[in-house]
Design a protein around this ligand. Structure first.
Ligand SMILES: NC(=O)c1ccc[n+]([C@@H]2O[C@H](COP(=O)([O-])OP(=O)(O)OC[C@H]3O[C@@H](n4cnc5c(N)ncnc54)[C@H](OP(=O)(O)O)[C@@H]3O)[C@@H](O)[C@H]2O)c1
Length: 327
């Protein structure tokens, strides 16, 4: 029998609400405690989700002995210090994407978790959705033959809000870390390696963060990926994986519920695999399964892969001479 897992949520913003909604469909999950540094936010969050332990600071949350694992839902710039706080108080962590601002911070967190024998995982929720689980099975079976090319764009048009997390460099703003990470992580997942050659270009807006960027990746044996992201443009979120036997189209690739398969000489086929609730329940379930099994990381989103993805994003930013304050 699996043990009930008691969750704590650190930071009560937009994504924290969706995550908490997802927890509701997991019978062995309890939302035990929430913490917010913004006046009144933890109280109203707690009321919405019926949480009994409500804190106005993160220190009290990490000291609560009944909390089994903490989900970090603050803006990118805080992930490193928040995760470190949890790990230093013996709390396992699920940390929102991007894991950290850069690979140095990621390496430090991974080292701390391993030294303290604590579970740690990047909340790249896409990987745990049933459609993506099926897609990986297809690829492992070689349904597409050899994968040769991957294409995906992730753009959401947002109004310029200089102080908000999408445009504010102090909060880790910019399209790459927020949105570009999805196609980059997807490419890492399907090729099971990092690119050996990276070409890119980026456009910076008035708050001096990347508002539009594109990346061309090449891999050891000639495979390629063409990716882009923008926080100022509406883009279709359709990904395509092209293999020697055909291709797979994945509409809304970061949270898909169907795939379209076209194999050479055959009719197009749509495979529908919807997800339940908000979809964040699947990554939470993975964390709970791993904790119950006494494991320290996930095989689906391993820490070494998270680190490689951070390194790829570091390379991209170095090509654009783009650093965050304090880096
Ligand atoms: N997996 C996904 O689908 C998904 C979707 C959206 C976002 N995310 C990730 O989740 C994280 C949070 O995103 P969000 O949209 O939820 O952000 P948000 O609502 O803007 O903020 C989340 C929390 O961060 C803290 N925060 C925000 N602005 C701050 C500021 N100026 N100064 C100090 N603290 C501040 C606050 O924590 P307190 O409550 O403690 O005050 C806030 O509640 C980001 O890293 C993002 O990449 C993931």
């Amino acid at each position: 029998m699996s043990k009930i897992i008691k969750w704590g949520i650190l930071g009560c913003g937009r994504i924290a609400h969706k995550f908490a909604e997802g927890l509701k469909v997991l019978p062995d999950a309890i939302l035990e405690a929430v913490a917010s540094r913004t006046e009144g936010k933890a109280e109203s969050f707690g009321k919405t989700f019926g949480v009994k332990n409500i804190y106005k600071n993160y220190e009290e949350l990490v000291k609560n002995p009944t909390v089994d694992v903490i989900y970090i839902a603050t803006t990118h710039n805080f992930h490193y210090e928040n995760a470190l706080l949890c790990l230093n108080h013996e709390k396992p962590v699920l940390c929102e994407k991007p894991f950290t601002l850069n690979a140095i911070q990621a390496e430090e967190l991974i080292k701390t978790a391993r030294n303290n024998n604590l579970f740690l995982m990047e909340a790249m929720w896409t990987r745990f959705l049933p459609c993506i689980v099926k897609l990986n099975e297809f690829l492992d079976e070689g349904i597409l033959g050899e994968i040769q090319h991957f294409k995906a764009d992730f753009g959401i048009k947002q109004e310029l809000e200089p102080k908000g997390r999408s445009f504010n460099p102090d909060l880790g703003g910019g399209a790459l870390l927020d949105l570009g990470i999805y196609p980059i992580s997807f490419a890492r997942m399907i090729y099971k390696q990092s690119p050996s050659k990276i070409n890119s270009s980026a456009y910076f807006g008035e708050t001096r963060v990347d508002e539009k960027s594109c990346y061309l990746f090449e891999y050891e044996n000639g495979q390629t990926a063409m990716l882009s992201s923008s926080n100022r443009l509406i883009m279709p979120h359709d990904a395509f994986i092209f293999g020697t036997k055909g291709y797979l189209e994945i509409p809304k690739f970061y949270h898909p519920s169907k795939m379209i398969l076209e194999l050479e000489g055959k009719r197009k086929k749509t495979i529908k695999i919807p997800f339940k609730s908000t979809g964040y329940n699947y990554e939470a379930k993975e964390v709970m399964n791993r904790l119950n099994a006494g494991k320290l990381e996930s095989k689906i989103m391993p820490l070494d892969e998270t680190l490689e993805i951070m390194k790829t994003m570091d390379i991209l930013r170095s090509q654009w001479h783009f650093k965050y304050p304090g880096e």
